[in-house]
Design a protein around this ligand. Structure first.
Ligand code: GDP
Ligand code: MN
Length: 355
């Protein structure tokens, strides 16, 4: 599950990593000192570019700004709270993350000297990657200090790596991303932003987990962040077979998703939102053989997703089983086409992704 920035920063703070001083804001009548940075607490990136992060310099502008950001939808999410943070005097913004490299079965530190909202503009091959094993923080810190051109921060970086690694392991994280890692005018390294994702499957050993996002009721696995075809299926077997069929047709599946027997409109819609975060999706293949799952719930989610997400790529839908008739009628009324087999879906998807 994905933590909100303030939840992730609480964990960083406990782990001994510097974060800006902050308070949570729920309404426009909050009393705050300026200058301050107001940040929308939504579980998606790109808030800066969307207007969800604003530096406020005068008290007169606070109320309106809080109201605006509380009402601003970013990628389909509106915040319940804002994080109000002390304004940092930024000298430079770096990128630092800990990720799991599944093919290599390694935990890796990833860094870039140019962090911040434009980090995606960097050449993917230009990131510094260091495999972490829990005992190499010292050389990793030295290497990072040299790469960041901060020779005086070698020890601070070593300590930060040590703490981040421990934090990653202890919390069963699958992603810990600090972007920007701010180097302040005063010569301090502070986590300006933090994204953290935790392994749902480890929930049983974390009774302390109390976050806004609940573990998903479906089973979503990212296979390739840059895949071109997203999949939605029900039942682990059918979901795996759907991924395999996409791959065998010469396309690149981005994800595995078993929406589960209890899937309802909202949970399927949530899956659509997650799919929309993939940067390269050109088609979505939906393969449902409904038993306990109900086709009409899936159809309702498809219709809602089309309304909510203007950028939704073409859908290739095959539905069969429980409540198929109702689903077909619902979709027909919205002029949404369904196909008779997975093979037909794949052929059509292939035409779209090649064209
Ligand atoms: P994101 O766009 O969702 O990743 O949100 P971030 O938290 O990374 O904020 C986006 C950008 O806002 C950062 O890269 C900074 O340039 C800027 N920003 C965030 N916090 C501060 C701050 O405390 N002071 C200043 N001056 N800028 C900030
Ligand atoms: Mn950021």
């Amino acid at each position: 599950m994905k933590l909100l920035e303030y939840e992730a920063k609480n964990i960083l703070h406990e782990a001994g990593v510097a974060v800006p001083g902050s308070t949570l804001v729920k309404s426009a009548d909050a009393t705050l000192n300026v200058p301050i940075v107001l940040k929308s607490q939504v579980p998606v990136g790109g808030r800066g570019k969307a207007g969800g992060v604003r530096v406020i310099e005068s008290v007169a502008k606070l109320e309106q700004a809080i109201d605006d950001i509380l009402q601003l939808a970013i990628k389909g999410f509106t915040p319940k709270v804002l994080l109000a943070e002390e304004k940092l005097a930024i000298k430079h913004e770096y990128y630092l993350s800990i990720v799991i490299d599944k093919p290599l079965a390694e935990i890796q530190l990833m860094a870039h000297v140019d962090g911040g909202v434009e980090v995606e503009e960097n050449d993917p091959n230009s990131f510094l990657n260091i495999a972490l094993d829990g005992s190499n923080a010292e050389p990793a810190g030295e290497q990072l200090a040299e790469y960041f051109d901060l020779p005086g921060q070698s020890f601070a970086l070593q300590e930060m790596i040590e703490r981040l690694y421990r934090c990653f392991i202890r919390n069963d994280a699958t992603l810990l991303e600090i972007n920007p890692l701010v180097y302040t005018m005063g010569g301090k390294l502070v986590a300006g932003d933090c994204k953290m994702e935790l392994d749902n499957a480890a929930g049983f050993r974390h009774p302390e987990w109390e976050f806004e996002d609940k573990p998903a009721d479906n089973n979503f696995v990212t296979l390739n962040e840059h895949g071109t075809v997203a999949t939605i299926a029900n039942g682990a077997g059918l979901a795996m077979a759907t991924v395999d069929a996409v791959k065998n047709s010469g396309m690149e599946p981005a994800n595995f998703l078993d929406i589960g027997g209890g899937a309802n409109t909202e949970s399927v819609l949530k899956a659509f939102r997650r799919i929309m975060e993939f940067p390269s999706i050109e088609a979505i293949v939906i393969n449902i053989f409904a038993g306990i799952t109900r086709c009409d719930e899936v159809a309702r989610a498809v219709i809602a997703a089309k309304k909510e997400m203007p950028g939704l790529p073409p859908l290739f839908i095959r539905l069969a089983g429980t409540n198929y008739e109702e689903a077909a009628t619902l979709l027909k009324n919205e002029h949404i086409v369904t196909l008779n087999s997975l093979e037909e879906c794949l052929l059509a998807a292939k035409e779209t992704t090649n064209g």
